[in-house]
Design a protein around this ligand. Structure first.
Ligand code: HPA
Length: 245
């Protein structure tokens, strides 16, 4: 079996409980990854770690080289990937500090290098994406939450927006009409590329704010950072449980 890889998002430029074995740049046909790929031990198990926004959180969502990141993780031996995702909550069950494991996604991003099947570095192909997340890894995440006593919403549709600005209230209303429960800026093309590269990919989402227009207040970075801080330990505990499995 291959390695479990974790892609860290906002709040996770490193994994504090990861004991590093090595950290090295990986050359890819798509250019540089967000950071060197770290190989380390989490709960005594070897895992890979890559912070998608870079080691100092300098890459906004639309400038992340998703193709390089996913390709490098596979080349480093990953067969399963957990993408951590700070999200805004849209529907009532997705309030701040809720953990969720989405089962569907809608891509509202544009202008991103989103495929390896571009007819240049890779041939033309059309992968199935009916179920965009790897069901076995979703179930592993859901049962890890249960084991550590963390309530989790075991489903939900993720709206992947372009950012880096947050949405207007009307955009969020549109996402809600489309059936979205949560909104983030990095879920695509990450999930699609993982499928193209035959990686089993799931996301552990944690809500850091009510999405635009949902709370009656403007969204502040202070609010997002405070909620993020409340999620970090809980997310780490879930990840350690998954790694130990
Ligand atoms: N919108 C988009 N992405 C996000 C949000 C949001 O409200 N919160 C965290 N990531």
């Amino acid at each position: 079996m291959g390695l479990l890889a974790i892609i860290g998002g906002s709040g996770f430029t490193s994994l504090p409980s990861l004991t590093q074995i090595e950290s090295k740049p990986v050359e890819t046909p798509y250019g540089a990854t967000s950071a060197p790929v770290t190989r380390g031990r989490l709960a005594e198990r070897e895992v890979l770690f890559l912070p998608r926004h870079g080691p100092s959180h300098h890459l906004p969502p639309h400038r992340i080289n998703y193709r390089a990141n996913l390709w490098a993780l596979r080349a480093s031996g990953a067969d399963r990937v957990i993408g951590l995702a700070a999200v805004g909550g849209i529907t009532p069950s997705f309030g701040p500090c809720v953990l969720a494991v989405p089962d569907q996604i809608i891509d509202y991003t544009h202008g991103r290098e989103h495929t390896i099947h571009d007819g240049i570095t890779g041939g033309v192909d059309h992968i199935d994406f009916t179920e965009p997340y790897c069901e076995s890894l979703r179930q592993v995440l859901i049962s890890a939450c249960a084991r550590v006593g963390e309530a989790v919403v075991p489903r939900g549709t993720y709206a992947a927006t372009q950012g880096p600005r947050l949405e207007s209230a009307a955009e969020i209303q549109r996402h809600e009409r489309d059936g979205c429960d949560m909104v983030g800026m990095t879920g695509m093309p990450e999930a699609g590329l993982a499928r193209e590269l035959d990686l089993c990919y799931a996301s552990l989402a944690f809500v850091v704010n009510w999405a635009a227009g949902k709370s009656g207040n403007v969204i502040t970075m202070k609010e997002i950072e405070e909620n993020l801080a409340l999620c970090v330990e809980r997310v780490l505990t879930v990840l350690e449980t998954v790694a130990a499995d």
